[in-house]
Design a protein around this ligand. Structure first.
Ligand SMILES: *Cc1c(COP(=O)(O)O)cnc(C)c1O
Length: 367
């Protein structure tokens, strides 16, 4: 059996007619940047996330960058971000002219460790970018406490956490702003790059919209310098068509995770993902920690099972941050994770048989 890590063609096949109708509508309307489809998507996504405002932008990296700019963060400021994440969360801090300061992640939930944040806060710290890694909400109570104590702004990176919840509140409702990626492989994926920011604050929403559109909302009027980072009309229309499917797709991810947990939880060599109490983890990725990770991965590949590693290097150890001379001792959990995590296939169209096959092959490996 061949089990792909992710096969986007299966999703397309399941909603082909709806998507092709969308494409025809957009081409018939002849508007490809802005227009009613973008507005309709922003409204639908805002409601889905129970947020007051949604601004579509070019991608999530821009969403994070524009959020920092909207908060006025720049040279002389420090922003704390997890050592174990995708590089977007730290590179945007440098891009804004500020200094990225890394905090380690929690050993059990892999999200930013607030006790380490407390050690890294200085008089220059302005904000925290928290990532709800793999779909697991960060420790929102602890983050709120540390933000309040030190007057810090919280930005949530929700790229992995569509429809995840902490208590009854969906992720994205805890910080000043939350950023989403619609990169094709994400739980709500576009057919190219796309992203957005949600917020409760009308001024921040207006500021991001301006910054993303050359500093103005009206053509040929530039109140500030900005950039070009808009959500394409075609992507907006396709994303809007996918929104009604997202709750069902999310439930299916959670069911697949339950099958994996049930079978792999019995193996002493495997640590299945722990879900923080009181949260709803939506499994953008199903990540185990495995003994002999690289050998297991090779075995699975030989048996037709594709896996990935998120992430093979903690961010401070990437060549891009060599100048900061960070050592594994400073980020012990991240250093351990990079050598032991393995992402198994999880996407809504994966069949039960495929999931069982993956479990079987892992069991065989450790026998
Ligand atoms: C995908 C991803 C991003 C970047 O999103 P783009 O839309 O590709 O810019 C940022 N943060 C995390 C955690 C991601 O997984």
């Amino acid at each position: 059996m061949q089990v792909p890590f992710l096969d986007l063609r299966r999703q397309y096949a399941s909603i082909r007619e709806e998507l092709e109708q969308c494409m025809r509508d957009v081409f018939d309307a002849g508007i490809f940047v802005g227009g009613p489809y973008v507005h309709q998507f922003e409204e639908a996504f805002r409601k889905l996330c129970q947020a007051a405002y949604c601004v579509g932008v070019g991608n999530c990296t821009d969403a994070l960058f524009l959020s920092l700019k909207a908060l006025g963060i720049g040279p002389g400021d420090e922003v704390i971000t997890p050592a174990f994440s995708w590089i977007s969360t730290s590179e945007v801090i440098s891009l804004a002219g500020a200094i990225p300061v890394f905090a380690d992640v929690e050993a059990d939930h892999y999200t930013i460790d607030v006790t380490d944040i407390e050690k890294k806060v200085t008089g220059k710290t302005r904000a925290i970018i928290a990532v709800h890694l793999y779909g697991q909400p960060s420790d929102m109570d602890a983050l709120h406490r540390v933000c309040e104590a030190h007057q810090l702004d919280l930005i949530e990176d929700c790229s992995h956490a569509f429809l995840a919840r902490s208590g009854n509140k969906p992720t994205g409702n805890f910080g000043r702003m939350a950023c989403f990626s619609f990169y094709p492989t994400k739980n709500l994926g576009a057919y190219g790059d796309a992203g957005c920011v949600i917020t409760e604050d009308p001024d921040l929403a207006a500021r991001i919209r301006k910054l993303a559109n050359h500093g103005g909302l009206i053509k040929d009027e530039h109140q500030i310098e900005g950039t070009n980072s808009r959500l394409d009309t075609l992507q907006a229309a396709l994303l809007a068509a996918k929104i009604p499917h997202l709750p069902g797709w999310t439930q299916r991810r959670v069911s697949i995770a339950a099958i994996y947990n049930e079978r792999l939880g019995k193996l002493p060599q495997i640590q299945v993902p722990a879900v923080r109490q009181g949260t709803y983890h939506t499994f953008h990725l199903y990540v185990i920690r495995a003994e002999q990770r690289d050998e297991l991965r090779k075995h699975l590949r030989a048996q037709g099972v594709e896996t990935q590693i998120h992430y093979p290097h903690a961010i401070p150890f990437e060549p891009a941050y060599k100048h900061l001379t960070h050592t594994p001792k400073e980020f012990p959990v991240s250093a351990r994770l990079q050598d032991s995590v393995l992402s198994l296939p999880v996407f809504p169209e994966l069949t039960d048989e495929e999931v069982q096959y993956v479990c079987e092959q892992i069991t065989v490996f450790y026998k």
